[in-house]
Design a protein around this ligand. Sequence first.
Ligand SMILES: *Cc1c(COP(=O)(O)O)cnc(C)c1O
Length: 454
Amino acid sequence: MTTTSDFATEHTINGVEQVRRLVTEIPGPQSQGLLARKANAVSAGVGIGLPTFITKAAGGVLIDADGNSLIDMGSGIAVTTVGNANPEVVAGVQEQAANFTHTCFMVTPYEGYVQVCEALNRLTPGSHDKRSALFNSGAEAVENAVKIARAFTGRQAVVVVEHGYHGRTNLTMGMTAKNMPYKQSFGPFAPEIYRVPISYPFHDGPHGGTEVANWAISKIEKELGATNVAAIVIEPILGEGGFIVPAPGYFKAMADFAQANGIVFVADEIQSGFCRTGSWFASEFEGVVPDMITTAKGIAGGMPLAAVTGRADIMDSVHVGGLGGTYGGNPVACAAALGSIAWMEANNANERAKEIESIMLPRLKDMQINHPTIGDIRGRGAMIAIELVKPGTMEPDADRAAALNKYCHQHGVVTLTAGTYGNVFRFLPSLVMPRHLLEEAMSVLEEAFEATSA
Ligand SMILES: *Cc1c(COP(=O)(O)O)cnc(C)c1O
């Protein structure tokens, strides 16, 4: 299937030793001092997953202010897919920043923006004529996808799914399923957002993807009327929702329904895109060619950039001046994206993602034998999660997920939880994660299961 030749085996990347090494407890004294300053300076609403301050990163590790070296299994939430401070990204950023840092593309344009759009039009699914527009954050891309779909269709309703996540701005909060922490006390939300069932194989029992899609479609037809719907927005693999991979047929059936009814089908690939899943875009696993696709996170190696890419007729239907923003497609962020994309194309990024999967899945399956709290193991490529339940039941075990997370953090592995019930443990390693660190992270997780078992 895959070869091992492309997989990172380096023990030093960018001069940083690829090792897990704790020299203080977590957080150490330097981080504790910074945490105290944070409490006095930063809004309490901005939470922290792992309370240690980072000063350097490369390959698969983060170095903190106390000199601890942590294995990074989160990539800043699927952002540093090409590795933190990837040399090609850094070189592009440095050169661009020294030339000029900003003009505002809407005032006086520059080539980098056009190059990123050309790359997006080439790499996203489908060989049809496409156009792109660039923004700063994923939420902003989703907002613009909705704006464009409404302008094109002359319709208002937006359909989203259970467990979906689309961001934290007002429109995208409304599109996001989970209340805490994203929506609680922040309403009222934007109107004309409707939520339909998602295929969630672990919880759906015998119901297949097409069957669940038919329920969703029936709901749209009966409760909204297909002719009122501007867009259906779905993540091909749900991110914050807990790496739910809809059963085969679901995503395709929703896309086919949309396309048969003049509805713009938007794949939100902000988390699943850019080689994260072993494919440039996760829509490809279902052979779906979305009308529009939103991207961000992995696109630019850590610089803030987001995009909407879609059918030329849809994207060009907006009046001149209708899309934009002061910083959207900032030249430094565009240079980072071009470095990141060039790295992915030159380094068999998708093969690396598949290899990460081939290392992690057997390890997790082994753990499941001794720890039946692992109800489900799922995901694709370097986007893998486990869902934790009370053994022998389907009851979510968020406490266990939190305990495992804490153990991993205290033992030098940066891990993330997810899921509507907080009971999903998710892994998003960078594609330059050296094999020995990936194996070691799995061993720490195994220890965590032992240490937290009742
Ligand atoms: C992270 C994410 C967003 C929001 O992106 P931000 O850059 O945080 O605004 C939207 N959709 C999906 C699928 C995401 O994972």
